[in-house]
Design a protein around this ligand. Structure first.
Ligand SMILES: *[C@@H]1O[C@H](CO)[C@@H](O)[C@H](O)[C@H]1NC(C)=O
Ligand SMILES: *[C@@H]1O[C@H](CO)[C@@H](O)[C@H](O)[C@H]1NC(C)=O
Ligand SMILES: *[C@@H]1O[C@H](CO)[C@@H](O)[C@H](O)[C@H]1NC(C)=O
Ligand SMILES: *[C@@H]1O[C@H](CO)[C@@H](O)[C@H](O)[C@H]1NC(C)=O
Ligand SMILES: *[C@@H]1O[C@H](CO)[C@@H](O)[C@H](O)[C@H]1NC(C)=O
Ligand SMILES: *[C@@H]1O[C@H](CO)[C@@H](O)[C@H](O)[C@H]1NC(C)=O
Length: 403
């Protein structure tokens, strides 16, 4: 009974954020001609599993997409279809839609289920209605330069914190050494997220902690603060954010310009990537946001009438099968030029966010050396220009696993 009650409290803590989400999605503007969406992959397994719990989940393997993650991605696709209406046909049309993913399994699989929700086959596109009435294969392109820049070593003091007593307790209970390794603490947080989604009973050391002054829910709250500590600090730290998201932003701007110039018949473009990369590009395009939950991301509407303009939206799962698309909070510079319906002139948008993008990525990361994934290289020279700092930030590619 006690465990049940505690679990409920924990679930409430986990979902508190989602509860503040709008319940209904924004309606697409009747003038919208082109839509871009970007998403983080859905829920995935931790890197390492906690022992001593009765675990019913995790069979997919470490860091792979879970059934919850698949449901989240599919929910995104279904909501996107409701949002775009008949902007494109339900059937996949190679001239009108284009999709991109990072090479990571979890990103590809998230994109696959999202576009399944977006493009259920109908009439001529049906091919085996008995087994796959709502599914047909849909192609996509893998682009790692755009969607999988590496995590950067110690992106700004990410390992500093004053929870040594808690870390010591957790190290002792889990058998994982968390001293100077918050990645392991983040992994514990990932395990708790899975245990909540899959209704796994918590161990006693968590519900009734033997650590001064901590109740079970306080301990859980502290652990959850470790979640994604590396990726989030990357998105907060400008040089890292710029490297992660700058090329993607450049691609988005090019695609908006192409739409404005009627260069092609594209109506929908979608991208699937990782936490830090997706959060980074969102922050670079002026969205005020500090966290990005699994399968969350952004949506951009483009219109030509009554003026050439874009509208920037967020999308979030709530928390698994339902998904919501809603206006993003923007930086003051952008919100100052926003019209009453939320649109911003494309020329203003590009003027404001263009400096945050780059197109020559081999130059940015000092290719070809950046291709050498050598975490042991020594780059500890003292005088650096900003751009060589970027280079160093990139080259000092780390073993921190991208989320
Ligand atoms: C798409 O839907 C809108 C609104 O329901 C309707 O006005 C329009 O005629 C439809 N367009 C096509 C091509 O079906
Ligand atoms: C696919 O999209 C192209 C470009 O908009 C259009 O000309 C074509 O009719 C579409 N095909 C189908 C089957 O709807
Ligand atoms: C844990 O890791 C730290 C840093 O690598 C090390 O100094 C410490 O000795 C380790 N503790 C144990 C119990 O292995
Ligand atoms: C966990 O329990 C809740 C509530 O009973 C249920 O909605 C949810 O689907 C369960 N999770 C899984 C993964 O089965
Ligand atoms: C936007 O900002 C307001 C005021 O700070 C805040 O209450 C709200 O939660 C924010 N919404 C989003 C979507 O970030
Ligand atoms: C978009 O297209 C219009 C009309 O062709 C053009 O005047 C404008 O310069 C283009 N670019 C932007 C950013 O609005």
């Amino acid at each position: 009974m006690k465990i049940l009650i505690l679990t409920t409290i924990f679930l409430n803590t986990l979902y508190a954020n989602e509860h503040q989400l709008p319940l209904v999605s924004t309606t697409i503007s009747p003038n919208t001609e082109f839509v871009i969406f970007g998403t983080r992959h859905g829920n995935r397994n931790p890197d390492e599993y906690l022992s001593g719990i009765d675990r019913s989940w995790g069979q997919e393997g470490s860091l792979e997409l879970t059934s919850v993650g698949k449901r989240q991605g599919y929910g995104l696709g279904v909501e996107l279809r409701k949002f775009i209406g008949n902007l494109t046909s339900s059937n996949y049309n190679a001239s009108e839609v284009k999709y991109y993913s990072s090479s990571a399994n979890r990103c590809q699989m998230t994109l696959q289920v999202a576009i399944t929700g977006l493009h259920p086959p109908q009439s001529w596109n049906d091919w085996n209605t008995q087994r796959f009435d709502d599914w047909s294969p849909i192609p996509y392109t893998i682009s790692d330069p755009i969607l999988r820049m590496y995590s950067v070593k110690s992106c700004k003091k990410s390992d500093e914190n004053d929870n040594s007593q808690v870390l010591q307790y957790l190290s002792q209970e889990t058998g994982w050494n968390m001293t100077q390794n918050l990645g392991k603490a983040a992994d514990l947080a990932d395990n708790l997220i899975q245990m909540d989604f899959y209704n796994t009973t918590y161990p006693l050391w968590l519900t009734q902690p033997k650590i001064n002054g901590y109740s079970g829910s306080e301990l859980k709250k502290t652990i959850m603060e470790f979640a994604e500590i590396h990726p989030r600090s990357c998105a907060y730290y400008y040089p890292c954010r710029y490297l992660m998201g700058g090329l993607w932003l450049d691609d988005v701007i090019n695609k908006l310009n192409d739409a404005n110039d009627s260069k092609n018949a594209l109506k929908v473009i979608g991208y699937a990537s990782h936490t830090e990369v997706t959060l980074a590009v969102m922050k670079l395009m002026g969205i005020e946001k500090e966290e990005l939950t699994t399968s969350a991301g952004f949506v951009i509407e483009f219109r030509r009438r009554p003026n050439v303009a874009v509208r920037i939206l967020n999308h979030d799962p709530n928390p698994i099968d339902t998904h919501v698309i809603y206006p993003a909070n923007l930086t003051k510079e952008l919100s100052d030029v926003q019209e009453s319906d939320g649109f911003i002139r494309l020329s203003d948008f590009i003027r404001i966010v263009r400096p945050e993008s780059y197109s020559d990525w081999p130059k940015q990361c000092d290719a070809p050396s950046c291709a050498l994934d050598n975490p042991n290289a020594d780059f500890s020279s003292s005088t650096r220009s900003f751009s060589s700092q970027l280079t160093v930030a990139f080259v000092t590619i780390l073993a921190v696993i991208i989320q």
